[in-house]
Design a protein around this ligand. Structure first.
Ligand SMILES: Cc1cc2nc3c(=O)[nH]c(=O)nc-3n(C[C@H](O)[C@H](O)[C@H](O)COP(=O)(O)OP(=O)(O)OC[C@H]3O[C@@H](n4cnc5c(N)ncnc54)[C@H](O)[C@@H]3O)c2cc1C
Length: 301
């Protein structure tokens, strides 16, 4: 079996940027990716310097094309299902859904996160007219009649006040949650209406939101909006490999991608199990790759 210097699990901006740095450092690596990047549902990505407005797949294609220069990089469209540590040899065995196994010295975990919505209907609109990141999509929705769908004080407070920067025409939907009087007053002062009734359905065409129906029978017109999903890691690799976590569930690192588990590095959104951006994820992968390369260098020198 071939032995790799590093296996990169996840080919989003974090993993691909890490791979680029490792390839340029002449490391023999494999990237595994199964195409489940969470931004695949959206039409355009914004805010990445020099690539503002690019399609997510085009962004990925550019990144993959760039890696072709480096012969020590392999890319496999496979799902990693298990990772085992071989303590005796200081190596890892990585198993994929195609029943294949690979040996490596280091692992970069960059498998991203996924969203979970309390209302399943949101999926139909997510990435087309409902979004979770105002910095990513606020500009395109500026001055539109927007819905804010959020279900606790912290989320309602944060998202509504932030989005007010892009549109003053906001209506908050709490889907059954009774928000605090403090927030009610804040919003009344800015003429932001709040509906606390449970949401019955969302209506629209081809992912373009048109209205939100409440259990009270009211149907409120809104053409787009922002939601606050719950985010989670799509796998248990970090936990199984005994990477320590902090009180918020974030993987503890040294600030440069090294986890507390020897040989395991982490980059991108999976680190905190929370959302960030393409730019931040890419920078994170770059930083983790510096650490991986330095550790290999010192191990072998
Ligand atoms: C609707 C929407 C719009 C967005 N718009 C913007 C925007 O405009 N600008 C912006 O900066 N950011 C935007 N984002 C956020 C951006 O997509 C993320 O910040 C970024 O993709 C995080 O990068 P990552 O590398 O950490 O994870 P990801 O990009 O999610 O990549 C993780 C990769 O890991 C792979 N993977 C996971 N598990 C496995 C496994 N077991 N085996 C093999 N491969 C695996 C997946 O296939 C995926 O490709 C948006 C997100 C969404 C949902």
């Amino acid at each position: 079996m071939n032995k790799y210097d590093c296996i990169v699990i996840g080919g989003g901006p974090a993993g691909l940027s890490g791979a680029l740095t490792l390839g340029r450092a002449r490391r023999k690596i494999v990237i595994f990716d199964n195409g489940t990047n969470r931004n695949r549902v959206t039409q355009e990505s914004h805010g990445f310097l020099t690539r503002d407005g690019i399609k997510p797949q085009e962004f990925k294609n550019f990144a993959l094309k760039g890696l072709e220069t480096y012969p020590s990089i392999s890319i496999f469209n496979e799902t990693v299902i298990e990772i085992n540590r071989d303590d005796q040899n200081d190596l890892f065995l990585v198993h994929t859904s195609n029943n294949k196994s690979y040996i490596t010295e280091k692992i970069l975990l960059s498998t991203g996160i996924q969203e979970e919505f309390s209302l399943s209907q949101i999926r139909q609109y997510y990435g087309k007219s409902l979004f979770s990141c105002p910095y990513c999509d606020g500009w395109e929705l500026r001055d539109k009649p927007l819905a804010i769908i959020a279900e606790n004080d912290e989320h309602i407070n944060h998202m509504t006040k932030l989005v007010f920067n892009w549109s003053k025409d906001l209506i908050v939907f709490t889907n059954g949650y009774q928000l605090s009087n403090k927030l009610r007053n804040d919003f009344e002062n800015k003429k932001i209406k709040v509906y606390t009734a449970v949401i019955k359905n969302l209506y629209g065409n081809h992912g373009n939101l048109e209205s939100i129906e409440l259990e009270t029978g009211e149907n409120i017109l809104r053409s787009a909006g922002f939601v606050v999903p719950n985010f989670y890691r799509p796998n248990k690799f970090a936990k199984q490999l005994k990477c320590q976590v902090d009180e918020n569930g974030g993987i503890i690192t040294d600030g440069a991608g090294r986890t507390t588990a020897n040989g395991i590095y982490i980059a991108g959104e999976t680190k905190k199990a929370g959302p960030s951006s393409l730019m931040i994820a890419a920078a994170d992968g770059n930083k983790a790759a510096f650490s991986i390369n330095m550790d290999i260098t010192l191990d072998r020198f």
